[in-house]
Design a protein around this ligand. Structure first.
Ligand code: ZN
Length: 390
């Protein structure tokens, strides 16, 4: 019994132990499960957190993309608008260019100096005649050289005829084109003399170039104290067969000068041109147009005809290309002497326009000496000339 009792005690304790163990196991399982659930929960939470995080990132990226899109859209719209404007401007420009081209073509056609062709033909005729005459008269070429090298007074000598002054006009009209007309000037057609005072200056080049391009010449009344500084401009002027004349040494008002000063103002210019360019000017223009009997007497003694003007666009005053052009074109007529100054850019620009326009209107552009020579009017020292008609 005791053994049984003990066995049953042991059995009970064993059972208890087993129960305890089971309880522990169950508890462990629960703990494990609870851990597992926890971990699971944690994983789920982690996943949710990550998902949220991804969503947030996606949201931020989306916002960025949208913002970028809006920005691009704005920029694109702006660019398109700008390019639209550009297209409009380009289109307007194209129309303007087209209009300008059509106008330019019209103007070019208008500005072609058609009479220059006939002048050229005349010149060729004259050259042929000169060649023929040269074959018959060996002294002729010397005569032409003399005209080119010498100045007005020698030209006047050639105009004089044995029969006297009354026949000069008729004789020169017939003889002049053959003997002393190297530029194909037609004495029966209108001609004018453009004159430029107070130079030379840097603008002299523009004016002489324009003259040269159109087979035209002009007269430059230069101021003596500028000669040393513009040697090349003077050479260029002379090389293109223009006439260089005197406008005193320092642009002094000769009517107010003492006798000695008047003489110095006249002679020093001639000396400078002679020593530096081997050229002696014949014509004189008094500064400001101011002169008195004494001044004219000195000029007569120095062998100088005094040249005034008949057309004055007051270029030094207006300093406006269009006004200068307009004034000259509306006032000019056959035999005129036009006064301008080769000191100013508007004047040079005006001359560039005026030369072909005057030629288009039939005017031959000659030097002052040529003008009087072809018109058959001898220039006398100390006499004052405004134009060939005045
Ligand atoms: Zn002057």
């Amino acid at each position: 019994m005791i053994v049984y009792a003990k066995i049953s005690e042991v059995t009970k304790s064993l059972e208890n132990t087993t129960k305890n163990e089971q309880a522990i196991e169950e508890q462990e399982v629960r703990v494990y499960e609870s851990r597992s659930v926890y971990q699971k929960q944690k994983r789920v939470e982690e996943k949710q957190r990550k998902r949220k995080s991804r969503r947030r990132i996606m949201l931020i990226i989306s916002i960025f993309v949208i913002l970028a899109g809006i920005l691009c859209g704005v920029v694109l719209a702006d660019t398109m608008n700008a390019s639209h404007n550009t297209v409009e401007i380009a289109s307007a420009n194209a129309q303007y260019v087209k209009h300008t081209m059509i106008t330019a073509v019209g103007q070019v056609a208008e500005k072609i100096p058609w009479n220059a062709f006939s002048l050229l033909l005349d010149k060729l005729d004259n050259e042929k005649q000169e060649e023929k005459q040269e074959l018959n008269d060996p002294s002729h070429s010397d005569a032409v050289d003399k005209i080119e090298n010498d100045t007005g007074s020698s030209s006047n000598d050639l105009l004089e005829t044995p029969n006297g002054i009354e026949q000069t006009t008729t004789e020169s009209a017939i003889i002049a084109p053959k003997i002393e007309n190297p530029y194909g000037i037609d004495p029966s057609k209108p001609m004018i003399a453009l004159t430029f005072d107070d130079g030379p200056s840097k603008h002299t080049w523009t004016i002489v170039s324009a003259l040269q391009q159109h087979n035209a010449r002009a007269t430059f009344f230069l101021v003596g104290n500028r000669i040393a500084n513009y040697q090349a401009a003077i050479d260029f002027t002379l090389a293109n067969h223009n006439e260089v004349a005197s406008h005193s040494f320092s642009h002094a008002n000769l009517a107010k000068c003492a006798e000695e000063e008047i003489l110095t103002q006249i002679q020093s210019v001639d000396e400078a041109l002679q020593s530096q360019h081997e050229y002696t000017p014949t014509l004189f223009r008094v500064p400001y147009g101011e002169r008195n009997e004494q001044v004219l007497e000195f000029l007569r003694e120095q062998g100088k005809p005094v040249i005034g003007w008949s057309v004055d666009p007051r270029d030094w005053d207006v300093q406006d290309k269009d006004k200068i052009v307009k004034h000259v074109l509306s006032h000019v007529k056959d035999g005129d002497i036009v006064l301008m100054h080769d000191l100013y850019k508007p004047t040079a620009d005006a001359v560039v326009e005026l030369i072909p326009e005057l030629q288009k209107r039939g005017y031959q552009l000659v030097t002052v000496s040529e003008l009087f020579q072809y018109k058959g009017i001898p220039l006398e020292p100390g006499a004052y000339y405004y134009a060939t008609w005045k």
